[in-house]
Design a protein around this ligand. Sequence first.
Ligand code: DP6
Length: 349
Amino acid sequence: WVLMATAQTPTNIAVIKYWGKRDETLILPVNDSISVTLDPNHLCTTTTVAVSPTFNQDRMWLNGKEISLSGGRFQNCLREIRTRACDVEDNKKGIKITKEDWGKLHLHIASYNNFPTAAGLASSAAGFACLVYALGKLMNVKEDESQLSAIARQGSGSACRSLFGGFVKWIMGKEDNGSDSLAVQLVDEKHWDDLVIVIAVVSSRQKETSSTSGMRESVETSLLLQHRAKEIVPKRTLQMEEAIKNCDFASFSRLTCADSNQFHAVCLDTSPPIFYMNDTSHRIISIIEKWNRSEEAPQVAYTFDAGPNAVMIARNRKAATLLIQRLLYYFPPNSDDLNSYIIGDQSIA
Ligand code: DP6
């Protein structure tokens, strides 16, 4: 017999960035972060997990290609889920798996991204969140989404925020064992459904400095990172929560842009400096800043992660249409500077 479970999880984009760990193994951050989860039609991962007495080792395939499961992060997630597994009975198939059996049975895992891995947007966020959720389903784990998020966090920090839709906060927590470092939903995807997310794929190249090693170098060398974590983010997080609660786009946009720019300033303050944005990213920032200033109220917020691709959040459909018109004017369809656009809403995780 084979027993299977499938889950689908979208990626999330941080509007208050996570950058820096206080514990590398447990993946505990130096500050809280806040994100918006994208709709599953774009940038999502689908994972099927299967168990059978005929499997003689744990194996995993990503987009049809077998990948190694030896990494510590995978093993940590698998171990955490296995210790929480419960009895499972499928009377139709005549299957009974006890709590103890889960420690002995092997798994096959197949994961697909609905976007080209080469798009430079491949994110570990959706991947680990989906893996943990699918395993939890298969093994009848009773933990709620927040408790599962603390497991997904051990796969990749940003993954913990993908277990919910809408706006999500990763609370950094205080405990050394990480038990209180988990994600909570601030509001669901219906709360602020005017927002439209537009992603400009500026480069499909793999990033040169991974988030993991980049943030390690920043923690070791950037004084700005310490200042940001202690003095800036705690206040900014509260202001962001307020802006989201009130659907206050002017504040939301100001805080989102400021936080993205400060994150990239921390990267520049790292020794040696890390450059994630390129000239096209900088031009996009100038275009949006100029436009926002020419209007009575801001129309679009921008944010950039560890790469040059622009994530833009428009206040409504009209602003999103105008944004795309503007971008197409500056970067015509055959332009070398910009590959493609992805347009989406928020989602239900
Ligand atoms: C810039 O979650 O990819 O996207 O925890 O080492 O796997 P690890 O890092 P990761 O870092 C994401 C960094 C970011 C900001 C964010 O998503 O908050």
